[in-house]
Ligand binder design. Structure first.
Ligand code: ADP
Ligand code: GLC
Length: 481
């Protein structure tokens, strides 16, 4: 029997381009699926950064016209194979060779083009996978396009679709004109309500939810949460229609990239057996940021997009109080100006214990995961979260809010049984967080054997892709029988 083939289509993916956890998933799940016997390929846009860093290594694949609505242009396609996964890159210099990945006025046209170009690529290659697995709004219209625009071909009609929601907060909502201009579809899909979302608008994500055979999201708790008004972002009624085809499959991390014994970015590699060597990374980070070099002080790390989602308004509310303790904070991230400004303020107010690096920095992220004792992630909502998985794997205990994937992946410390891999709180009050932070401090300073036990439990927890990749394979098998 030939291998089952799955085509991933996404707006970012490692090792080529990353702004957040989606790229981690696209860079690691296909690789694991290949290991487990699937044929997996990935399509990405050829962004400026990829053009600059990787283009020279690519092989040319094909060029073809893409025509749909107001889109009339040429796509060039290149490829590279990484760890058994074939990556295709769709080149359109005007649309993709820009400073940022998202946030442009013509995003509907850019990702409309990307999705049509992906379908055209399948025709050009005569490659029709068993399953197309799309991710987030940027690729969510593909199941719809295959079953409408491209349905003149039997091969498109028979492809099955899995659509994964990584973050329901971003839904690809555009003026209804985009139905024609960006997707090349007529207004009947607005008029009958299928594509319609809010007044005068359509949502790409809604099309993915309605037209995919199975809809998944990245943790079981988030799969439940998005059916409620609180987390549903007005999409809960649409999701309700697909309740029986909606599954939560928790993310894993790439054990090759995130390996504290072989991580090139660390001054001192370490493992559970040599955990005392972890502190050399702490001393190096303290030196790098001009903080007192003290291996005993509790070092709190954060690596994150700085947005409301991540709970930073809770943090800034009580940060002055958190800094009263014998602690140091090192924060890496960028995002909303208010949060960046608040962190700059704390850096100036507490230069001896608070360090902030504004920006995106891969090596520094590795160093913070390795150097810290506690990793703070008080998200208001979190579909899965990759950062808490990395920190556990690096023996850095996460302190999280019990929501979405954080709830599913961080069993909290139980002072009696000593179970757990970190600390968690549930309420939305900054003082709920402070209480658990105090428990973490107390444990760190006064019950060091408990702290060591939590580290052992965190570092031996299975946060790999092995089990979740199997669940995806089961899902692919179920729809392709
Ligand atoms: P999200 O995708 O919502 O941003 P995740 O926890 O799923 O959150 O994934 C975030 C990923 O991006 C992690 O791999 C994290 O290490 C990385 N990351 C976030 N901010 C930065 C940054 N400023 N510099 C380097 N890596 C970052
Ligand atoms: C999104 C979510 C994050 C998740 C990631 C990968 O960015 O915010 O929780 O881990 O996608 O699935």
């Amino acid at each position: 029997m030939s291998k089952k083939s799955v085509l991933f289509v996404a707006s970012e993916g490692l090792p080529f381009i990353k702004t957040g956890g989606l790229a981690d998933v696209i860079g690691s799940l296909p690789k694991e699926l290949v290991k487990q016997g699937m044929d997996v390929r990935v399509v990405l846009p050829l962004y400026l950064k990829i053009a600059v860093n990787n283009h020279a290594d690519f092989d040319y694949v094909s060029s073809f016209d893409v025509r749909a609505g107001d889109i009339q242009s040429m796509a060039n396609v290149y490829q590279q194979v990484v760890d058994g996964v074939t990556f295709y890159f769709i080149e359109h210099r005007d649309y993709f060779e820009r400073k940022d990945l998202y946030g442009y006025d013509d995003d509907a046209m850019r990702f409309g083009f990307f999705q049509h170009a992906t379908c055209r690529l399948l025709e050009a290659l005569h490659y029709f996978p068993d399953v197309i697995h799309t991710h987030d709004w940027h690729t969510a219209a593909i199941p719809f396009l295959c079953r409408t625009f491209y349905s003149y071909r039997e091969e498109f009609r028979t492809i099955k679709h899995v659509f994964t929601i990584h973050n329901l907060a971003f839904q690809g909502i555009f003026n209804k004109q985009a139905l024609w201009s960006a997707l090349g579809m007529d207004y009947s899909y607005y008029v009958d309500g299928i594509a319609r979302f809010h007044d005068d608008c359509i949502s790409f994500m809604k099309l993915g939810i309605l037209y995919a055979d199975k809809v998944t999201t990245v943790s079981e708790t988030y799969a439940q949460e998005i059916l409620t008004e609180e987390f549903g972002e007005h999409m809960e009624h649409v999701l309700e229609l697909r309740r029986h085809d909606l599954f939560g499959i928790v993310n894993g991390i790439d054990y090759d990239t995130w390996n504290s014994q072989t991580d090139d970015h660390l001054v001192q590699p370490y493992s559970l057996e040599t955990i005392q060597q972890k502190k050399a990374n702490k001393l190096a980070l303290q030196a790098q940021f001009g903080l007192a070099q003290d291996e005993h002080v509790m070092l709190v790390g954060i690596v994150s997009r700085l947005t409301w989602q991540k709970g930073f308004y809770l943090l800034t509310e009580v940060l002055n109080q958190l800094l009263q303790a014998h602690v140091q904070f090192v924060i890496l991230g960028n995002g909303e100006t208010d949060i960046e400004n608040a962190f700059h303020y704390f850096k100036h107010a507490h230069p001896d214990k608070f360090a902030f690096y504004q920006g995106y920095n891969e090596p520094l992220a590795h160093q913070i995961y390795a150097a810290s004792d506690l990793f703070l992630m008080p998200s208001m909502f979190e579909p899965c979260g990759i950062s808490q998985l990395i920190s556990m794997h690096y023996g850095t205990l996460p302190l999280v809010r019990e929501t979405g994937g954080l709830r599913d992946t961080v069993p909290p410390y139980n002072i009696v049984t000593k179970e757990g891999c970190g600390f968690s709180f549930w309420g939305k009050d900054a003082y709920n967080m402070k209480q658990v932070y105090d428990l973490a401090l107390d444990t760190y300073y006064n019950r060091p054997e408990d702290w060591q036990q939590l580290i052992r439990q965190a570092m031996t927890a299975d946060v790999s892709w092995t089990a979740s990749a199997k669940r995806y394979i089961d899902l692919y098998n179920e729809i392709t029988y």
